[in-house]
Design a binder for this molecule. Structure first.
Ligand code: SF4
Length: 493
């Protein structure tokens, strides 16, 4: 039996369909951020449903699909029912649940609406509608149109609260879905064949492992790759790796001298072969040119699909927290931090408190362009802050850029993200003791706080967890800096 998600997974990759059906335990379990995304998706669906106050929800869980089908049949027969949510159908040995079905007035024909938190239609959305339409029609339901309910990014929340009619936009995809329809039944048959074959299909990894959705079986499918896998060369994406592996090049020592490589890639390959750490000859000069005191800053921000505050748009970035460690040239280390209460748009207070903390001489160290783009967005949005924010950029130093151009260790496996650099440069210093261990979870927990999903008694603990996470980020930056300083001293000695 296929489900809609297995069908979409199988359209992406036949091996994925096989593994999902036969060996789901081989999938990497969802992490905290993925679980938070699922929960946000469920809430989003619930919000969308409130656009049809007369809708009837079939609440049977996925594992009671037959119950959903039974209830759906009854509702379809009742001419008084105008809108059904989560209607269940089984046909062609495939189960689907339809987000929204809207009866055409006075007849037995329906519009099918799929709810997505995207801002524009994608092929995968049309495939989603197409498999539903095929199964619904095979179940005897007349479908007049297939539509997507998406997010309208031009919507601006007013002081009066949310206006769902403005937040959502419904676009007709009947023509696009019709084009896909002839391919659906043959694909359903093919996927049944694959899933029931008893043999795991051989599929090379490639861009399909990440598009349209990241595949949970990636760790399983690549578990036999060597320590010096070509995927660990910085900038080698899945497409390039697929091409190399197709010619038998799996390890970096198999890469031909004709392969076009930039300097970073050459040194990564060299380091992966020799096991030696690469350190730039210029590291001492580079480090010496960075002016003290050093302000290590990090932001946390949320980009909620449903705007939290008046005058904000869907997915608009709302920075709500910063941490700053200041390292003086005599070795003194100070820490300051800010975490919004959440009741009001925090962007002005966020920026003013930050600027006050980092004002004066010295460098402002960031780890990625994220902090600069966030401040630029604030400057553009709040005219009064623009002149205050602009001068700060000349003091910015990208710590990740410093690492990238001065250091390589094969254990980085091609990644310069702070979570990958830290265990290599500072073994034992990590995030494992924290309740919140990455930014996406921090953002979703802040949104929970603002939207009232945190019990009053738990608010203090959550705020402490958020503060601890952001503080760890800037503490990690200090440790990375100190490691670079140590390397610079060694080079000089
Ligand atoms: S990781 Fe790639 S090859 Fe493996 S099952 Fe997923 S999509 Fe298919």
């Amino acid at each position: 039996m296929l489900s809609k998600s297995k069908f979409i997974g199988g359209w992406q990759c036949e091996k994925r369909a096989y593994l999902t059906a036969n060996d789901p335990k081989l999938a990497t379990p969802p992490d905290a951020a993925t679980r938070a995304r699922f929960a946000a998706g469920t809430r989003f669906g619930e919000l969308a449903r409130t656009s049809w106050p007369n809708g009837i929800l079939i609440s049977s869980p996925a594992f009671r699909h037959d119950d959903a089908v039974h209830k759906t049949k009854k509702l379809l027969k009742d001419p008084n029912i105008e809108v059904i949510f989560e209607a269940g159908f089984t046909a062609l040995d495939t189960r689907v649940r339809a987000d929204v079905m809207i009866r055409k007035s006075g007849c037995d024909t329906w519009d099918l609406v799929e709810v997505k938190s995207s801002t524009s239609p994608k092929l995968v959305h049309d495939m989603d509608l197409a498999i539903q339409r095929v199964v619904l029609e095979a179940s005897g339901v007349n479908i007049e149109s297939t539509k997507l309910m998406l997010i309208d990014t031009t919507y601006v929340r007013s002081n009066g609260g949310l206006d769902l009619a403005e937040l959502f936009k419904i676009i007709d995809r009947t023509a696009e879905v019709s084009i896909l329809m002839p391919d659906i039944s043959p694909l359903v048959d093919r996927l049944h064949e694959v899933v029931d074959s008893g043999t795991e299909p051989t599929v090379p990894i490639g861009p399909h492992c990440a598009e349209p959705y990241g595949c949970d079986f990636f760790a399983y499918c690549t578990s036999d790759r060597p320590e010096n896998w070509v995927m660990y060369v910085p900038g080698f994406g899945l497409s390039r790796v697929q091409k190399l592996e197709a010619t038998g090049v799996v390890a970096t020592d198999q890469i031909s001298s004709d392969e076009h490589l930039n300097e970073l890639q050459k040194r990564a390959i060299e380091s992966s072969k020799s096991g030696d750490i690469w350190i730039s000859e210029d590291i001492s000069t580079t480090i010496a040119n960075i002016a003290f005191p050093l302000r290590f800053i990090d932001f946390e921000a949320a980009s909620p699909v449903v705007p939290l505050y008046a005058s904000t748009r869907p997915y608009e970035r709302i920075p709500f927290q910063w941490s700053c460690h200041t390292l003086h040239d005599d070795g003194r280390l100070e820490h300051a931090e800010y975490l919004a209460e959440g009741d009001d748009d925090p962007r002005v207070e966020f920026t003013e408190t930050l600027l006050s903390e980092i004002e004066g001489p010295g460098s402002v160290l960031v780890y990625s362009p994220y902090e600069a783009t966030t401040l630029k967005m604030i400057g553009e949005r709040f005219e009064d802050l623009q002149t205050l924010v602009d001068p700060v950029f000349s003091r910015f130093v990208d710590l990740m850029g410093l690492v990238k151009s001065n250091y390589y260790h094969r254990d980085l496996k091609g990644s310069f993200s702070i979570k990958d650099v830290l265990p290599v440069m500072v073994p034992g210093f990590d995030y494992s003791d924290l309740a919140i261990q990455e930014g996406e979870t921090a953002a979703s927990r802040f949104v929970d706080l603002v939207e009232g999903r945190v019990e009053a008694g738990d608010t203090g603990q959550l705020r402490s967890n958020l503060l601890a996470y952001c503080e760890r980020d800037t503490e990690a930056m200090v440790k990375i800096w100190q490691h670079l300083e140590l390397l610079a001293q060694k080079i000089q000695a």
